[in-house]
Design a protein around this ligand. Structure first.
Ligand code: ZN
Ligand code: ZN
Length: 351
């Protein structure tokens, strides 16, 4: 048997004993050595995103290979691996059209802790193992690569989808884990100036550490006015939305220049017709502005690239770990992470 964090009811999660999963054909079972809690897990716990009650949640595993299913080659038991939240099959029409995250259809690449048991447990079963088990370079610790499993891949993809060009000015609204990762992504893509927007002091400080040049406190200043001042009235080339609120989405539209790109990473709780694209700021549809949205790219090749960025010190993700818990204390970890108190940015959970 193993310990596993179960979604029991709305606002009720907790550990239960469950059988250790078995690897079917093409699958593997991983012994989890480190994982974390995602903002999405909080939505799941609150009943804002539907996951079946009784399921194991969590989708960001680091660990070692415990069992290898029939037909899986190129791996050995005991190897250290990381698996992305998105586990594409690599064979369907969506995967073969390079829409890995949408494997099999909308949101279909997100399986762990969504449509199958997740990884906030001692062990987790990995589907399509050969497409998804990413070997961790020896010189990297579990903590070094923990955030390649979701938030860094997501944040960076916001910068990639926006097609940031060398010298672009980029604003990132929201400096939670995803926004901070988008700042790091904008820097990697060659932005000449990066403006972070938040109000929590620890996040504003971390924003600079992840690569922001200027961090605006939206409670002390109007971020759109400030951005217009900073850019001499021109606006930014790219604005990245990393919260999922109408106001920040509107601010992205308002603060982009003519021909600019709004890159949306937030998950929106309201209907899109309530999202309110400000007409004048959208140039009445004539401003050559572009709105793009992205779900976390996954699969082992994406993971290899992200881990190489960490290995060659292009980015330091570990600094976002502010709190550490054992799996036994996962309820306490959820309480802290969901309340966003004590300067928490991300928690690490050790089974
Ligand atoms: Zn996540
Ligand atoms: Zn697929």
């Amino acid at each position: 048997m193993m310990r596993a964090n179960i979604l029991k009811d709305v606002n009720k999660i907790g550990l239960e004993d469950r059988p250790i999963p078995k690897a079917g054909p093409g699958e593997a079972v991983m012994k989890v050595t480190l994982t974390t809690i995602c903002g999405t897990d909080i939505h799941i716990m609150r009943g804002e995103y539907p996951v079946e009650h009784g399921q194991i949640i969590g989708h960001e595993p680091i660990g070692v290979i415990h069992e290898i299913g029939d037909g899986v080659t190129g791996y050995e038991k005991g190897e250290r691996v990381a698996v992305n939240a998105i586990t594409p099959c690599g064979q369907c029409e969506y995967c073969l059209s390079a829409h890995w995250a949408q494997c099999g259809g909308f949101l279909g690449g997100w399986k762990m802790g969504n449509t199958i048991d997740g990884c906030q447990a001692d062990y987790v079963r990995i589907p399509n193992a050969m497409a998804n088990l990413a070997k961790i370079p020896d010189e990297l610790s579990d903590e070094d690569v923990l955030f390649t499993t979701d938030i860094f891949s997501t944040g960076l993809s916001g910068a990639e989808s926006a097609d940031i060009k060398v010298g672009d000015i980029v604003a990132v609204f929201g400096q939670g884990p995803i926004g901070l990762s988008a700042v790091a992504g904008a820097k990697l893509k060659g932005a000449s100036l990066i403006i972070g927007v938040d109000t929590v002091p620890e996040r504003m400080k971390m924003s600079k550490s992840m690569g922001a040049d200027i961090v605006l406190d939206y409670k002390k200043t109007n971020p759109v006015d400030e951005i217009m001042d900073i850019t001499n009235g021109r606006g930014v080339d790219v604005a990245i939305e990393a919260i999922g609120l109408q106001e920040s989405f509107e601010n992205c539209v308002k603060s982009t220049m003519v021909g600019g790109t709004i890159s949306s990473l937030g998950v929106y709780p309201t209907e899109l017709h309530n999202l309110g694209v400000p007409n004048q700021d959208f140039g009445f549809g004539l401003a050559d502005k572009r709105i793009v949205s992205t779900l976390c790219p996954g699969g082992k090749e994406r993971m290899r690239r992200l881990m190489d960025l960490v290995k060659n010190e292009r980015v330091d993700l570990k600094q976002m770990i502010t709190h550490r818990f054992s799996l036994d204390d996962i309820e306490e970890a959820y309480k802290l992470f969901s309340s966003q108190t004590d300067g928490v940015i991300k928690v690490a959970i050790q089974p």
